[in-house]
Design a protein around this ligand. Structure first.
Ligand code: ZN
Length: 80
């Protein structure tokens, strides 16, 4: 059973209740939903930024390996 905290008395209350059985106050589950949405947005942002950085690092690494190959080819040509 899912529980939420009553804003008025601080008791744990089932989300299935519309009103708190302890104090009779209205149960609001909206803040928890907003928090979940916020967390999902943050996670999505982190994943996007992480993917972007990984892609950038991959491209940089590709350029480095290309440079390596060309410089070693030049060295081979000079030694011969
Ligand atoms: Zn209450």
């Amino acid at each position: 059973m899912k529980l939420t905290r009553c804003k008025q008395c601080g008791q744990n209350v089932s989300v299935h209740f519309d009103n708190c059985p302890h104090c009779g106050g209205k149960i609001q589950i909206l803040p928890a939903t907003a928090l979940l949405k916020f967390l999902a947005a943050v996670i999505l942002l982190v994943v996007l930024i992480g993917g972007f950085v990984a892609l950038k690092n991959h491209k940089t690494h590709d350029n480095d390996s290309t440079k390596d190959t060309s410089s070693s080819a030049n060295a081979d040509g000079a030694s011969q």
